[in-house]
Design a protein around this ligand. Structure first.
Ligand code: TXA
Ligand code: MG
Length: 328
């Protein structure tokens, strides 16, 4: 079986309603979708991706009203964030509704939810009586897909249909935020417990924009177990070795066919891909994953990547490059 690539929403809806998988476009990356209420369908997602069961999925909805079947409660700050950024590349981790199978959330009592900003997928969601559980549509640990062909190249033999919504406009995954309890100091035993927002994954909505709405967001402290998001050290990784740092220094350290990923400078190397000549971090993010894939498929011996400015989408770019370069 090879996947059909097309724009037939009725066919996509028919397959999903029958418990099958469909790859869907979003503004961030392509997702591998299943009926979020159907445990057997969700199991197929884990199998197709060879994803470990401890890595929970994101539930996609078309409206804030549809959240009622997925989460138990929406705190006021979460509502403010939804009003500011939905539809868009922001995922919120909220208390899980019992209707969502434990497999979706890997047994956690929270569920990650988001409303994607893609017209085709929003129309599909509106045509379905259930939300869609969807991780990125790539084999576990590999670079995420940003067009329909990327999905077909790797999962085409495992799924019946890929909904083609063109190249992804954002190009890196959603920003993920969750609420975590604050540590209670010894002196304040009688204060009610409080919690604050924690950044689980830098992504398509810059942290600066989020902090404008809800104030300071805490960085995540390292957990012993990989309880959270693409939080595994090695992730988003091409097969070729990746090194990040100053390109000129890296070129000296690594003789051989070096494929360079640069923000705006054309370096003298075996191959050099400039992500944005005008130094636009949004444009760079949009091209990042397709470039990593192309260089991984090239004759290069290794991939050398520059460190991007640590602001706006630059944070998500640096995060993905660091994980791509992490020891496996
Ligand atoms: O942009 C995106 O978010 C894309 C598109 C398809 O929506 N999806 C995506 O999914 O990147 P995925 O599965 O590749 O990454 C989602 C991350 C996972 O690493 C998972 O650990 C985390 O979200 N996550 C899901 N539920 C969670 C929860 N209850 N608590 C903490 N992290 C959670
Ligand atoms: Mg992923």
């Amino acid at each position: 079986m090879a996947a059909v690539i097309g724009t037939d929403l009725d066919e996509a809806a028919r397959l999903l309603s029958a418990g099958e998988l469909v790859a869907i476009p979003t503004e961030t990356v392509y997702g591998l979708a299943a009926n979020a209420f159907d445990e057997a369908a969700v199991l197929k997602v884990f199998e197709a991706k060879q994803r470990p069961a401890f890595d929970p999925l994101i539930v996609h909805v078309h409206s804030i009203e549809q959240l009622a079947g997925a989460v138990r409660e929406v705190p006021p700050e979460a509502e403010a964030l939804m009003k500011a950024f939905w539809p868009g590349p922001l995922t919120l981790v909220l208390p899980k509704h019992p209707r969502i199978p434990d497999l979706v959330t890997s047994g956690l009592d929270t569920v990650a939810v988001r409303m994607p900003a893609h017209p085709l997928t929003l129309e599909l969601l509106r045509a379905l009586p259930f939300p869609l559980a969807a991780p990125s549509a790539n084999p576990f640990g590999y670079v995420s897909p940003t067009n329909a062909q990327h999905v077909a190249d790797q999962l085409g033999e495992r799924i019946p249909y890929i909904l083609d919504g063109g190249p992804c406009a954002v190009g890196v995954e959603s920003t993920i935020l969750g609420l975590e309890p604050d540590l209670i100091p010894h002196t304040s035993h009688f204060k009610p417990p409080t919690s604050s927002w924690v950044l689980y994954r830098a992504g398509g909505v810059p942290v600066e924009a989020i902090e404008n709405v809800i104030g300071t967001v805490r960085p995540q402290v390292k957990h012993v177990l990989p309880v959270a998001p693409g939080m595994l050290e090695s992730h988003y990784a091409p097969r070729k070795p990746v090194f990040i740092g100053d390109i000129r220094a890296l070129l000296k350290q690594h003789p051989g066919r070096a494929a360079v990923i640069s923000f705006s400078t054309k370096h003298e190397a075996w191959r050099c891909e400039v992500l944005s000549p005008s130094r636009d971090l949004n444009e760079a993010a949009r091209h990042l994953f397709a470039t990593l894939r192309a260089l991984d498929a090239s004759e290069a011996d290794m991939i050398l990547a520059e460190v991007f400015p640590d602001e706006g989408l630059g944070r998500a770019i640096n995060d993905r490059l660091r994980r791509a370069a992490a020891k496996r």
